[in-house]
Design a protein around this ligand. Structure first.
Ligand code: FES
Length: 161
């Protein structure tokens, strides 16, 4: 099981950014990417507020405004599988079942090894090649169970963070 980021590491990363508001987004990106749980924790928000002289509510507002930030722990590879009508008709429900049955992946949970998390997403704009999903920033289309096996195996074999 992955652990929360240490206070020391949060401070070390913040130390690289001058405490002016225009650096907040860049710092949040690095903090989220470095966090083994791939999210912006309450402690990160608190330390950002102090560093950038903002209120906690202001930092929370920024984090929740941008969809690239998460306030919930996620796996190193966060899977957003489309649940919208076209993908659903083209088999994404089947893929959700497959991810649960074969990999134990359920929406809004992180796998025990910390590698994967799953969410049911809205349309990703790739309906023409449904079913579609994103893993972090990469888009995958025309999904089948075989293709899922290939993608996940490939990610599992990548060196760690
Ligand atoms: S409905 Fe799934 S990408 Fe549009």
């Amino acid at each position: 099981m992955q652990r929360e980021m240490t206070s020391e590491l949060i401070k070390e990363i913040l130390g690289k950014y001058p405490g002016t508001k225009d650096n907040l987004i860049k710092a949040l990106h690095e903090l989220q990417e470095t966090n083994p749980l791939n999210y912006i924790s309450p402690e990160i928000m608190e330390k950002c507020a102090a560093h950038f002289r903002l209120t906690k509510a202001q930092v929370y507002g920024v984090v929740t405004y941008y969809s690239m930030f998460s306030i919930k722990p996620r796996g190193k590879y966060h899977i957003s599988l489309c649940k919208s009508p076209v993908c659903s008709m083209m088999g994404s429900e089947n893929i959700f079942r497959y991810l649960e049955d074969k990999y134990g992946l359920l929406p809004d949970h992180v796998s025990d090894d910390g590698l994967f998390s799953l969410e049911k997403s809205e349309c990703l704009g790739r309906c023409g090649k449904a079913p579609s999903m994103m893993i972090n920033k990469d888009v995958y289309t025309g999904l089948t169970t075989d293709k899922i096996d290939e993608i996940l195996l490939n990610l599992k074999s990548k060196p760690g963070k």
